[in-house]
Design a protein around this ligand. Structure first.
Ligand SMILES: NC(=O)c1ccc[n+]([C@@H]2O[C@H](COP(=O)([O-])OP(=O)(O)OC[C@H]3O[C@@H](n4cnc5c(N)ncnc54)[C@H](OP(=O)(O)O)[C@@H]3O)[C@@H](O)[C@H]2O)c1
Length: 296
């Protein structure tokens, strides 16, 4: 099977690699060609445009930054839609709004193809370990056609309903991450200012009932922030923006999301935007008169 892959960044590149490792032929496109060199070395055929990818494959994946990037790779004369085969399945995995994916769904259907929204839960490390999970929205028949390739990337597929609902679910999950990180940071700093060494406070919290899987892997960042962000402040604020917009349109108040978004604005103001969003700890530490996390 020849598979198409548009958007070979941190997540998309690693996904394409898993498809190559599973023995599939992959035709890929990335706006910045050099970033895909390691995949070309592993056998990926690099196309000159998303349109070329669409014309060459029956199942195509997209994994790009946001709604503007999705627009750029799908529309226009060199966009994916211009080359998409009738009967193709397009699997859109980026974290974008439900409205954006529904609008794309109408255009894909007009070409006789099917669209699935399949955002992912997990990090680059989860992905490399073969543990990524998918939430999927769209027609069950299209999912069955894409399922073997999704399973080559990650083992867990949860169909949540019609097109767009998987994006809504993904947005609902992601907003929890920085809120948990803020609560964890408050706990560490409260313990520290009370006289408990930071390392000891982190250890106690990670052994407590409050230690979610996310807190378990990101909590230690307050002791040493990774030089390369797992998910930086800008990317997290992109998802918080999607959550606040969805909250506005559905009439659901999200007070803790609004608060942590403001704290991440402060992180930007302090010149910390390139770090993982766990750097929200540094904003609070500054307010509490305590030292920031160590940077390598
Ligand atoms: N990183 C994570 O832990 C994680 C986890 C779950 C979900 N996600 C979601 O997965 C998506 C991709 O994240 P990522 O971490 O892989 O990001 P990334 O490494 O920054 O990759 C983004 C991709 O989008 C492309 N792109 C951006 N703007 C574009 C434009 N205007 N035209 C064409 N291509 C464009 C980039 O091309 P260039 O290489 O040319 O810049 C790159 O291929 C995001 O929606 C993110 O929220 C990420």
């Amino acid at each position: 099977m020849t598979l198409g892959f548009v958007g070979l960044g941190v997540m998309g590149g690693r996904m394409a690699m898993r498809l190559l490792e599973a023995g599939h032929t992959v035709v890929g496109y990335n706006r910045t060609r050099e970033k895909a060199r390691w995949l070309v070395d592993a056998g990926l055929r690099l196309a000159d445009s998303p349109r070329e990818v669409g014309a060459a494959c029956d199942v195509v994946f997209t994994m790009v930054t946001d709604g503007a990037a999705l627009d750029a790779v799908t529309r226009g004369p060199e966009g994916l839609l211009a080359g998409l085969r009738p009967d193709a399945v397009l699997v859109e995995m980026s974290t974008v709004s439900p409205a954006a994916v529904r609008a794309l769904g109408a255009e894909v259907a007009a070409r006789g193809a099917a669209l699935l929204d399949a955002p992912v839960s997990g990090s680059p490390a989860t992905l490399e370990a073969g543990q990524l999970s998918f939430m999927v929205g769209g027609e069950a028949a299209a999912l069955e056609r894409a399922r073997p390739y999704l399973l080559a990337i990650g083992p867990t597929i949860t169909r949540v309903g019609e097109l767009g609902l998987a994006k809504a679910m993904k947005i609902a999950i992601n907003q929890v991450l920085p809120v948990q990180m803020l609560a964890f940071s408050e706990a560490v700093l409260l313990a520290e200012k009370s006289g408990i060494p930071r390392e000891r406070a982190v250890e106690a919290l990670l052994k407590s009932v409050t230690a979610s899987p996310m807190v378990k892997y990101r909590g230690p960042f307050v002791l040493g922030m990774p030089a390369e962000a797992w998910f930086d402040v800008g990317m997290m604020q992109k998802d918080l923006g999607l959550a606040l917009e969805l909250g506005r349109t559905t009439g659901v108040p999200l007070p803790s999301v609004a608060l942590v978004n403001e704290m991440l604005n402060a992180a930007r103001g302090l010149g910390l935007a390139a770090y993982d969003f766990a750097v929200v700890f540094d904003v609070l530490a500054r307010l509490a008169g305590l030292p920031p996390s160590k940077k390598s």
